[in-house]
Design a protein around this ligand. Structure first.
Ligand code: URA
Length: 265
């Protein structure tokens, strides 16, 4: 028997349904149904129920999309509570996000949330995906809900949307809407330090509470504060696709900016 309890076969293969389930495709039963429906291919061939595979070597596809089955890859979505830091250790001894997810395999947070910000953060040991999600060039969008002091007027929303001047330069256009008298929903694709707090401060409405509610295509209203769950394979694929799409969009924005010159008065 191997560590997972499945009997080993001469080529060291593992049950395909188990490999798919571990990759986040769904329950083992759901995976069996997908295999039975002919939606899974192994090295280009439609897979059979009960088939065994080598997850490190075989190319496994669901509906034509590659399933990331490399052993040891972990992708977690955590709903970070206030007061927890996103660094690996904290000189002030505050709890860290690493204390809220399984210790093995070792993962790291993708990007940062301030200690006093709550909400969704991804932790993974998938270096290429983490790079795509954090590199400014990729600019995946992130949605925040900010409870602010005062009641922002329409002119304030317009200013936030267009971009505000911060001490490290103007912010890029953002999506901003009022979802309560003092509650803003703000979507940005930059990842500057304390950006949402600084944007709100700059327009005279300091943030009282800040929650990240979406990272690209990934949101989860039911994930309780302090809890985590594995990202599904579809979410991992959607994140990678969103980062690729945002790269193309930001390249377009740069091209347009470079060719159009300064705006005419
Ligand atoms: N913007 C902030 O101000 N803080 C965060 O934690 C994330 C975005």
């Amino acid at each position: 028997m191997n560590a997972g309890g499945a009997p080993a076969v001469p080529n060291g293969g593992q049950r395909l349904q188990k490999v798919l389930a571990r990759a986040g495709v769904g329950s083992r039963r759901a995976c069996d149904e997908l295999i039975g429906a002919g939606r899974v291919r192994v090295n280009g061939q439609v897979a059979a129920l009960g088939q065994r595979v080598n997850p490190a070597l075989d190319r496994i596809e669901l509906d034509g999309a590659l399933v990331p089955t490399a052993p040891g890859l972990a992708h977690y979505l955590l709903n970070k509570p206030r007061g927890v830091v996103t660094t690996a250790s904290d000189p002030q001894g505050r709890p860290t996000v690493l204390g809220l997810v399984p210790p093995q395999p070792r993962v790291f947070p993708v990007g940062r949330l301030d200690a006093d910000t709550e909400g969704l953060i991804i932790l993974t040991n998938d270096g290429p995906l983490a790079h795509q999600l954090t590199h400014p060039r990729f600019g995946i969008d992130k949605e925040y809900v900010a409870e602010v002091r005062g009641e922002p007027r329409p002119a304030v929303l317009r200013t936030l949307r267009k971009g505000v001047q911060l001490n490290d330069g103007p912010t890029a256009p953002a999506r901003v809407s009022l979802v309560g008298p003092s509650v803003l929903r703000i979507t940005i694709h930059e990842g500057r330090n304390r950006q949402v707090r600084r944007m709100c401060e700059a327009v005279g409405h300091p943030v009282q509470r800040l929650v990240r509610t979406r990272i690209g295509p990934v949101a989860d209203r039911r994930l309780a504060l302090g809890h985590w769950r594995p990202l599904t394979m579809r979410e991992v694929q959607a994140l990678a696709q969103a980062a690729a799409a945002d790269t193309a969009a930001s390249a377009d924005r740069r091209r347009i900016a470079a060719t159009s010159g300064p705006p005419t008065p």
